[in-house]
Design a protein around this ligand. Structure first.
Ligand code: ATP
Ligand code: MG
Length: 205
C-alpha cells in the first residue's frame, strides 16, 4: 500500500489552530498516513521584514506546534537560502525523493481562487490531488463550480473537504501581538511562549 501524505503549505506567520485543525481533519477524512507542514520560503528581499517572523522562526513555531502529534511532520523542503520555490517544483522533487507516496495538497477555499495564477497548475495537478477546505464565507456551490472548472482544465483531482471554519488568520494574530493583546488559545501554548520569549511580531510592520 502506498503511503498517503497530506501536504499543508503556508507561510505560517505564525501557525495557528486554524491550520492545525484543517490538517487534522484532512488526516481523518482522507485516511492519510501523515500530514507534512511545509512552510514556504521567502525570497531574500522579503526576509527580515519588520513585523514578520524570520524563516527560522516560522520553522521553529511549526516544529513546536506539531511536536505532540505523531502523524504530523515538519518539512523544510521549501526553505531555500536563495528564496522560494514553486509548488510544482516542490511536489516533483518529493516524487523523486519518495516515489512510493501519494500526495494530497491541502488548501483553503480562498487559495483555490488563486490557483489559476500559480506557476504550472497542470504540473501541480499531475503531482498531487488538491484537497480544498470549505469556508463559511465561500458558498459551496461556487466552490464546486470552480473545482469542476479546474479539474477539466488541468485534468486534476479536486476533493472537497468539509471543515469547521475558524474566524482566524495569521494577519489578525500578528496585529494583536503587536498591540499587546492576548492570542491565547488561538495558538498552541508552546508557540505563544516562543513568540513572547523571542519578542516576535513586536515591531511595526
Ligand atoms: P495570513 O493572514 O498571513 O494570510 P493565514 O492565516 O491565511 O495567514 P497561511 O499561512 O496563509 O495562513 O495559510 C496556509 C493555509 O491554511 C492556506 O491554505 C489557508 O487557506 C489555510 N488557512 C488559513 N487560515 C485558516 C483557517 N482559519 N481555517 C482553515 N484554513 C485556514
Ligand atoms: Mg492567507
Amino acid at each position: 500500500m502506498k503511503k498517503r501524505i497530506g501536504i499543508m503549505g503556508g507561510t505560517f506567520d505564525p501557525i495557528h489552530i486554524g491550520h492545525l485543525i484543517l490538517a487534522e481533519k484532512a488526516y481523518e477524512e482522507l485516511d492519510l498516513d501523515e500530514v507534512w507542514f511545509m512552510p514556504s520560503g521567502n525570497p531574500p528581499h522579503k526576509q527580515n521584514r519588520a513585523g514578520r517572523a524570520s524563516d527560522k522562526q516560522r520553522v521553529e513555531m511549526v516544529r513546536r506546534a506539531i511536536a505532540d502529534n505523531s502523524h504530523f511532520r515538519l518539512s523544510t523542503e521549501e526553505m531555500h537560502p536563495d528564496g522560494y520555490t514553486y509548488t510544482y517544483e516542490t511536489l516533483e522533487r518529493l516524487h523523486e525523493k519518495y516515489p512510493d507516496y501519494i500526495y494530497y495538497f491541502i488548501i483553503g477555499a480562498d487559495s483555490l481562487y488563486d490557483f489559476d495564477m500559480w506557476r504550472r497548475p497542470d504540473r501541480i495537478c499531475k503531482a498531487a490531488s488538491l484537497l480544498v477546505a470549505t469556508r463559511n464565507d465561500v458558498p459551496e456551490e461556487s466552490l464546486k463550480k470552480k473545482m469542476a472548472y479546474l479539474e477539466e482544465k488541468y485534468q486534476g483531482e479536486f476533493i472537497l473537504l468539509h471543515t469547521p471554519n475558524l474566524e482566524i488568520s495569521s494577519q489578525t494574530l500578528r496585529d494583536w501581538i503587536r498591540e499587546g493583546k492576548t492570542v491565547r488559545y488561538y495558538l498552541v501554548d508552546k508557540v505563544c511562549d516562543y513568540i513572547r520569549d523571542e519578542g516576535v511580531y513586536r515591531t511595526e510592520s
